[in-house]
Design a protein. Structure first.
Length: 287
């Protein structure tokens, strides 16, 4: 307000011919007329300017707080867990209820898998295990946490209907996912080499597919990715570096200590050694 009077060309202070009627008055030449301002007027103008600045600052702070609140609410919404029905057979649990730090990337709930489409029985992107397997996995997760790692789960319990879906796919001529998931193999030998079968340990509820993440949620380099149906996924492969081999062996040792066995062909696959349902293949949906 006062600043505007001092700086604009329309109204300026005549410093050379300043006229004072008293020590508390300032005379301003406004072109065609003179305006006398007392010290009280100046003080009031500065006070009003300060109040305006304070109001503007407060408004900006409120807007920033509102934006922060919206951002926080958005982030919390994105982190909301999928609704669970909690209608599981006796003895089964949701893995993230037992291990909250576990990250879930349930591939068969999506079309990013060797079949190329969402798999039957995966109604929700959840991981389910027998309570025995989940508790054993928690022991492994706790051990990994000591080294700054946590687990990412690709698959756990798998309904029999999902396995049937794999079998049907294997009998078709569809090779749209070959380049990504079985680049060096013919689809016709996936059964022969044991990558696909009519029954899966996963359907017994105590088998899991996983990897390790560091504190920044980056995957540890295992020299291959989940469901790469290739000899490079074998533990005894010579196609990976020493560091990648050591990473696989590290995970394998942790899981072994927790009571899980591994298999030769898939570095990500682990099954509970003393599983509670060794002869039962379940078919309830994942939801």
């Amino acid at each position: 307000m006062l600043c505007a009077l001092l700086l604009t060309g329309c109204g300026k202070v005549d410093l050379s011919n300043e006229k004072q009627t008293s020590s508390s008055e300032v005379q301003i030449d406004s072109g065609s007329e003179e305006i006398d301002l007392t010290q009280e007027d100046v003080t009031q103008a500065v006070s009003e300017e300060t109040n305006d600045l304070h109001e503007n600052t407060t408004s900006l702070e409120n807007q920033t707080n509102d934006d922060s609140q919206i951002k926080q609410e958005t982030q919390e919404s994105e982190k909301e867990t999928v609704a669970k029905k909690y209608n599981l057979p006796e003895g089964f649990v949701y893995v993230d209820d037992v291990i909250p730090s576990a990250e879930l990337e349930i591939r068969y709930y999506t079309d990013y898998n060797f079949v190329g489409e969402k798999i039957d029985g995966y109604i929700a992107p959840l991981a389910i295990l027998t309570s025995e397997a989940a508790n054993a996995l928690k022991a492994a997760a706790n051990r990994l946490a000591e080294d700054g790692y946590h687990i990412k789960i690709y698959d756990a319990y798998r309904p029999q209907k999902a396995v049937d879906c794999f079998v049907r796919w294997a009998q078709t001529d569809d090779a749209s996912t070959k380049e990504t998931f079985y680049p060096a193999m013919e689809k016709s030998i996936l059964f022969q080499d044991g990558y696909i079968s009519k029954k899966s340990r996963h359907s017994r509820g105590s088998t899991i597919d996983l990897t390790i993440l560091d504190e920044n949620d980056n995957e540890i380099d295992m020299g291959g990715y989940f469901d790469l149906l290739d000899t490079i996924s074998n533990y005894d492969t010579n196609q990976i570096t020493e560091s990648q081999h050591n990473n696989r062996q590290y995970l394998r040792n942790i899981m072994d200590e927790a009571g899980f066995d591994s298999i030769r062909t898939e570095w990500w696959h682990f099954q509970l050694r003393n599983e509670p349902y060794p002869d039962t293949y379940f078919d309830f949906d994942i939801e």
